[in-house]
Design a protein around this ligand. Structure first.
Ligand SMILES: C[S@@+](CC[C@H](N)C(=O)[O-])C[C@H]1O[C@@H](n2cnc3c(N)ncnc32)[C@H](O)[C@@H]1O
Length: 332
């Protein structure tokens, strides 16, 4: 399959450098625009077709929406769109360099109307500050919403962030013609639009995510028993925490490593760090008659972070306490 950037509208962000080299991904330069929560992608496609000179990146967390938008982009052979299935908070910070974005669009963000859910709203003070650091001078974050409380909330949060001038709009026509805009209009709801124009003032620095290049692993001396007692493990590590959920043991099956009947276990883990949750498999394998290796499986392309290393640590500690194996080397 041809993997040239122009034929890769869905970005495999986990294996990209951070920030992403957008020039490489699009195969060219040009204004870079970001859309958060593109839904079915009709606005994304329409806008990209109208501005072939510019480059458009869309973020979504819903797999079904990503699939729908991807079909739309492929059907219309749109070359200047890249879709990324990842949350906005993580993406804006890690995938975009400072001063790189000409604009950010948020059309009809989830309103989280209950007061106790206010901290789940996207457009919080800290998000505005992060957005200011990624926007170029003269760039803007453009919000469309049907929700007056969300509008008031975002105006207040932008004011607290202190780097924006709020200019209410009429929006470009396509904004009030997204799937959700049409739905709300049909229900007779008034729609609101505001441009938060970045004033070009000083912004915060965000240290890049530490990403070790080697796969974390540990070596233990001894022989794996047939089974070991296991209870869910929760461990604080780095800036986040690790949960070990369950253990599975290999039962027959193919052998990729040519090590015959070597004993293998897999531990299902999840790792939570600020703005990033990952699901992992940690492999435990009898490597020789008296050596056991614990390492991360590449399955799912995990982003190796300090807390991901904690998953290997947690499994190593569990093996040590539950099986009597001794730790010979920790490489994590
Ligand atoms: C109400 S829908 C609006 C969809 C589209 N913009 C439209 O107007 O039709 C909100 C969208 O934002 C997405 N979303 C919610 N939180 C997100 C986040 N943190 N990062 C990226 N997308 C997100 C949801 O999955 C959903 O598709």
């Amino acid at each position: 399959m041809d993997e040239s950037p122009t034929l890769r509208p869905l970005l495999p962000w986990r294996t990209c450098p951070f920030p992403v080299d957008w020039e490489h991904e699009f195969g060219r330069g040009g204004e870079l625009h970001l859309e958060i929560g593109f839904g079915d992608g009709r606005f994304t496609a329409r806008r990209a077709l109208a501005r072939p000179d510019a480059r458009f990146v869309g973020l979504e967390i819903s797999s079904a929406s990503v699939q729908r938008a991807l079909r739309r982009v492929k059907r219309a052979s749109i070359a200047n769109v890249r879709l990324v299935k990842v949350g906005a908070q993580f993406a804006l910070r890690q995938l975009f360099a400072p001063d790189s974005l000409s604009g950010i669009v948020v059309n009809f963000p989830d309103p989280w109307p209950k007061e106790r859910h206010a901290d789940r709203r996207l457009l919080q003070r800290d998000f505005f500050r992060l957005a200011a650091s990624r926007l170029r001078a003269g760039g803007a974050l453009c919000l469309a919403t049907d929700h007056p409380d969300y509008l008031a909330f975002s105006l207040e949060q932008a004011e607290l962030a202190g780097a924006f001038e709020a200019v209410p709009g009429p929006p470009p026509p396509a904004v009030f013609e997204t799937k959700y805009a049409l739905k709300w209009k049909e229900q007779g709801k008034p729609l609101h639009y505001v441009e938060f124009r970045y004033d070009g003032g000083p912004t915060d620095a965000y240290p890049p995510l530490e990403r070790p290049t080697t796969m974390p692993h540990a070596l233990l001396s001894g022989t794996l028993p047939a089974s070991a007692p296991f209870d869910k493990v929760v461990l604080a590590y780095g800036e986040g925490h690790v949960i070990l959920h369950e253990v599975a043991r290999r039962f027959g099956g193919a052998d990729d490593d040519g090590d015959g009947a070597a004993e293998r276990w897999w531990i299902r883990a999840s790792v939570d760090e600020p703005d990033l949750r990952q699901h992992l498999l940690v492999l435990v394998r009898q490597r020789s008659s008296d050596e056991v290796i614990v390492r991360l499986e590449p399955f799912g392309d995990p982003v190796i972070t300090p807390t991901v290393r904690g998953a290997v640590h947690a499994v190593t500690e569990w093996l040590w306490s539950a099986t009597g194996l001794t730790v010979a080397a920790r490489n994590y």
